[in-house]
Design a protein around this ligand. Structure first.
Ligand code: BDR
Ligand code: CA
Length: 314
């Protein structure tokens, strides 16, 4: 039996996606089977270029494919205020050594699942476009999905509108498909990720590790914090890394099960993740919603991962 958890990383790098991928690659419990891009923080061209540069920097040796240019239904929405015009502004990165596969992200995920002898865990840290499309196009492959550990939503509030978090707001129809899929979902939403704060002194701890990846991670944190500091955050909320932490260090998290529905219409609430706190719907929970985190444990996890890149096996 494979002692490692096989995963597929699907994201829109993005500073926190990149740090999530850094953590995934350094985690001995995980085996990265494929990486895919999605349009979100920037256009699909930019997130794909960034994904390939990040894979090259981290030494992720897995097939990569590009997602589609649009969400399933609506128009793309980008976040240059948070991640810059490139989608990953800040430190210089190596030019990509990874060529995209001549198939779409959805086809690569389907192929990876089909070829796997064991169920694979999906780790989406951007809009859920690829995962929603996969479930619509290949429902028979559900049995090859062990679970979905995602960053998105927030049962208390949003960050792009009062009600909606960015990843879900960009493609609520895809999120709706995912949350109705019946697959085991772990949701790292704003409830926890706004507590997953990396403080400036933690940046220095990572920078002091003195290896090339740790140096870039510290600079990503510098950049990402710039935007959040202007909003009054005391540190950088590294949202996407919580979706990976849920797989490798669940003991630092507080989790509660809810039935979560996605608002796809709504004058004010499109993209909201509506959790049934009081059991009004009478439906069984469909998501493990992460609500709390041991911040120090999270920082240790990130710092240990960044230190791994200074080791010989990296
Ligand atoms: C999410 O939106 C993006 O900007 C981040 O990468 C993260 O996935 C947080 O709302
Ligand atoms: Ca992201």
């Amino acid at each position: 039996m494979n002692p490692k958890i096989p995963i597929i990383l699907d994201g829109d790098p993005g500073h926190d996606d990149a740090i999530a991928w850094m953590l995934a690659k350094a985690s001995p419990q995980l085996e990265i089977r494929a990486c895919t891009s999605v349009c979100g923080n920037q256009t699909i061209e930019k997130t794909s270029y960034n994904a390939r540069r990040v894979m090259t920097l981290l030494g992720i040796d897995a097939p990569f494919a590009m997602g589609r240019s649009n969400p399933l239904v609506g128009q793309p929405m980008v976040a240059p205020t948070v991640h810059g015009e490139s989608g990953l502004d800040g430190p210089a990165l190596p030019e990509p050594k990874i060529e995209p596969q001549p198939i779409s992200a959805v086809e690569l995920i389907a192929r990876t699942l089909t070829e796997s002898t064991e169920p694979v865990t999906l780790v989406p840290t951007g809009p859920l476009t690829n995962i929603g499309a996969l479930l619509l196009l290949y429902p028979e492959l559900k049995r090859k999905i062990a679970g979905i550990s995602l960053m998105g939503g927030g049962v208390a509030h949003g960050n792009w509108t009062p009600a909606a978090e960015f990843n879900i707001l960009v493609d609520p129809e895809a999120a709706d498909v995912v949350f109705k899929s019946g697959l085991p979902i772990t949701m790292a939403g704003l409830d926890v990720t706004n507590k997953a704060l990396v403080f400036p002194e933690d940046f220095e701890r990572i920078r002091a590790l003195n290896n090339p990846v740790a140096a870039v991670v510290a600079e990503w944190l510098d950049f990402f914090y710039g935007f959040h500091r202007s909003l009054g955050y005391p540190g950088a909320p590294v949202h996407d890394a919580v979706a990976v932490a849920a797989l490798v260090r669940p003991e630092i998290l507080t989790i509660k099960e809810y039935y979560v529905q996605i608002e796809t219409k709504g004058e004010f609430c499109r993209g909201a993740t509506v959790a049934d706190h009081w059991g009004f719907t009478g439906k069984a929970p469909n998501a493990r919603v992460i609500l709390g985190i041991n911040r120090e444990g999270f920082i240790d996890l990130l710092a240990e991962a960044a230190a791994w890149y200074g080791r010989e096996e990296a």
